[in-house]
Design a protein around this ligand. Structure first.
Ligand SMILES: NC(=O)c1ccc[n+]([C@@H]2O[C@H](COP(=O)([O-])OP(=O)(O)OC[C@H]3O[C@@H](n4cnc5c(N)ncnc54)[C@H](OP(=O)(O)O)[C@@H]3O)[C@@H](O)[C@H]2O)c1
Length: 327
């Protein structure tokens, strides 16, 4: 009996030692980097927020940045800042997406190191007062534009054994109430990225997904106020609808006031996500997934993998004040 315990003890010890060595080896590999100088990188969503910050960072590293912006003004600003090219494109328009992809291939002579899909939209609201068109609008930018642009750029990424980088969100792992169109689009992006990663692995093209928690950018600054836009759109569409009893205007005002302030408090500097994007671009062994920000690594990690009855309770608590359920 004692001999058996001793053998088992040794097996556990050797297992633990092997696991620690493998973990340490993996950790050390994270620091192996390649220079980004003279590499062609396409970044979408460069008008503001994360995309803009990433471009500014890449310019300090001597990359050839192709910035895709929503507006001509942003293009001009970025040309002055030193990007190789800036194109304005409406990513919700599939022919425009294909046309801009052709331009990217042409200026980079078909040798792209990476495409970083930063552009995104959120159209928040509770399901009762979200028009169907909101789901389509969000899917168009957050999902279909990514699919269209990626496919068109694949030949150029294969040539360099480059990187395809998706900016998802913690909402791509955990669907929170009040943001269903965005959550659905990011879940779709996650599914697409998983399939893409396996398919492109035959050509050594890496696919990394970034899952930031709330960042201090224009998207989060206007997030709760945008509930009012959805509410008013549904008011136009169904002025006498029963949905108004569940989500009355007085409740909406209190909900927006309370939560706007909370979101401002938890929003972090987008530099945390830029650091992860840079790692995904320059590391010899990029990670498959980056949870950016402390809340992504803690609360959202638990909500992602924790027991569902418990995570449901926590999700319910995020609706403050709760909607009135008494007549
Ligand atoms: N902010 C957060 O808390 C947070 C958290 C997790 C993940 N993310 C993700 O991070 C990414 C960057 O967002 P952000 O926080 O930096 O917000 P942001 O400042 O609003 O940036 C989003 C960018 O996408 C562009 N865009 C939107 N619709 C477009 C269209 N139809 N065609 C072309 N460009 C379009 C926007 O341009 P316009 O403003 O001119 O429309 C803007 O430049 C998004 O994918 C977002 O889902 C953000």
């Amino acid at each position: 009996m004692t001999a058996l315990i001793s053998v088992l003890g040794w097996i556990v010890l050797i297992g633990l030692a092997g696991y620690s060595v493998a973990k340490g080896w993996h950790w050390l590999r994270r620091f192996q980097k390649m220079p980004l100088t003279d590499r062609w990188i396409v970044v979408t969503g460069c008008d503001s927020g994360l995309g803009r910050l990433l471009v500014e960072r890449l310019l300090t590293q001597g990359c050839w940045v192709i910035a895709l912006c929503h507006t001509k003004t942003a293009c001009e600003e970025l040309r002055e800042a030193g990007v190789a090219c800036a194109f304005d494109v409406d990513l919700s328009n599939p022919p425009e997406v294909l046309a801009v992809a052709e331009q990217c291939l042409s200026v980079s002579k078909g040798m792209l190191w990476s495409v970083v899909h930063c552009a995104g939209v959120a159209k928040p609201g509770f399901i009762d007062y979200l028009p169907l068109s909101y789901y389509r609008d969000v899917m168009e930018v957050n999902f279909f534009a990514v699919v269209g642009l990626t496919r068109a750029l694949l030949p150029a990424l294969r040539k360099t054994q480059g990187r395809c980088i998706m900016v998802s969100s913690v909402d791509g792992l955990v669907s929170l109430p009040g943001n269903a169109p965005y959550d659905a689009s990011k879940f779709a992006l996650e599914a697409y990225s998983d399939a893409l990663r396996a398919e492109l692995s035959f050509w050594d093209v890496h696919v990394s997904v970034i899952n930031p928690s709330t960042l201090r950018t224009p998207m989060s600054a206007t997030f709760f106020e945008s509930h009012r836009t959805a509410w008013s759109a549904m008011e136009q569409q169904e002025p006498e609808g029963i949905w108004r009893q569940y989500w009355p205007a007085v409740w909406l005002d209190r909900f927006i006031d309370k939560n706007s302030e909370n979101l401002r408090r938890i929003a972090v500097n987008p530099a945390v996500a830029v650091r992860d994007l840079e790692h995904a671009l320059a590391a010899k062994h990029p990670r498959l997934r980056y949870l950016s920000g402390t809340l992504a690594k803690t609360l959202f990690y638990f909500l992602w993998l924790g027991p569902e009855p418990l995570t449901l309770r926590i999700k319910r608590l995020t609706i403050q004040p709760p909607p009135p359920t008494e007549p």
